[in-house]
Design a protein around this ligand. Structure first.
Ligand code: TRP
Length: 331
């Protein structure tokens, strides 16, 4: 039987090329070999956006459009919305008993996020507890594999700790521990060459960017500041154009030859940027066009059907959890 895999994203904006190489391609492949659930984590997104729920609601549709446009197939994969599966919230409440405050405060991912948001001195409890919610997400579907990025490893570890304590406490093997599955692609650098591509740093190329946006971003990319004239020798390390060509151009040998030419001198930035622009336009045009083919109604139908399937799976687990906890009174 195919292994169960679960993953998800917080709906907080559109997906970009960093997501594409970091996780999306991986998921498109996994849907052929695994029983894959993709969760749109709107409840988790609310923990640091609760003042602006409308932003999250809009992103739910953008995110699902991105998934479908890159080839997630709802006939193979269950795409669902976290808030529409209330069983996850109930599970979270039971799991809260298996975590200490100190343990949550030590979670490195949570710590980093609190620092980024300037919340260290006034920590919202909802935010601090989101890892417990994530344990509910993972265990509700009996997921064995969690395809995610490195930043999620402490959350999976914390979930597994809850699983062990729960199973030990009730002398059961009901809950299953999960393994992370890291994608091979390393993090994609942003067009500024300084940090990982991200929406908040405004240095990412989005899957939904227009042809003009793509071109403008490619031509704004950091190359080699000492490569002033075409005839000058240039550096290919830390040169964002070459990093992206390595990631997206199909013929590695051709890129190796171009790099050698650039290092010798005689190859201009405009030439390599033109090549990258064409490469990205070719990659993103069909994705952008496919995005347009999903009307709001079609998205709703897909998400509703997925949520229905996810909900029955979560209901079953919740029923089993209540049973081992002795929370059954009427039969
Ligand atoms: N924490 C993930 C993120 O920040 C989203 C998420 C919520 C998730 N629940 C999950 C990922 C369960 C994998 C498994 O994007």
């Amino acid at each position: 039987m195919a292994k169960i895999a679960l993953t998800g994203d917080r709906p907080s904006g559109k997906l970009h090329l960093g997501h594409y190489v970091g996780s999306l391609l991986n998921r498109v492949q996994m849907q052929e070999t695994h029983r894959l659930y993709i969760m749109i984590a709107d409840v988790q997104a609310l923990t640091d956006n609760f003042e602006h729920p409308e932003k999250i609601a809009e992103s739910v549709f953008e995110l699902s459009r991105d998934y479908l446009a890159i080839g997630i197939d709802p006939a193979k994969t269950t795409i669902f919305i976290q808030s529409q599966v209330p069983e996850l919230t109930e599970l979270m409440v039971y799991y809260l008993n298996f975590v200490t405050l100190a343990r949550l405060e030590r979670n490195p991912t949570v710590k980093t996020e609190l620092a980024q948001k300037g919340l260290e001195t006034s920590v919202p409890v909802g935010f601090l507890c989101y890892p417990v919610g994530q344990a509910a997400d993972i265990t509700a579907f009996k997921a064995e594999l969690i395809p995610v990025g490195e930043d999620q490893l402490p959350l999976i570890e914390q979930s597994n700790e809850i699983v062990r304590r729960f199973n030990h406490t009730y002398n059961t093997d009901l809950l299953k521990e999960a393994q992370p599955l890291l994608s091979k692609a390393s993090r994609l650098v942003g067009i500024d060459g300084k940090a990982k591509a991200s929406k908040s740093l405004n240095n990412a190329i989005f899957l939904s960017d227009s042809p003009e946006d793509i071109r403008t971003k490619v031509f704004a990319m950091f190359t080699d500041p000492n490569h002033a004239r075409v005839s000058d020798p240039g550096r290919v390390e830390e040169n964002v154009v070459f990093t992206y060509l390595d990631a997206f151009y199909p013929d590695a040998e051709e890129i190796a030859a171009l790099k050698a030419h650039y290092q010798r001198g005689g190859l201009g930035d405009t030439t390599i940027k033109d090549l990258l622009n064409t490469t990205l336009q070719t990659l993103l045009e069909p994705i952008r066009e496919r995005r347009q083919t999903f009307a709001r109604k079609a998205l709703c139908d897909i998400l509703q059907a997925g949520t229905h399937v996810a909900r029955s799976a979560a209901q079953q687990t919740l029923e089993e959890v209540r049973r081992v906890m002795g929370l059954r009174y009427f039969d």
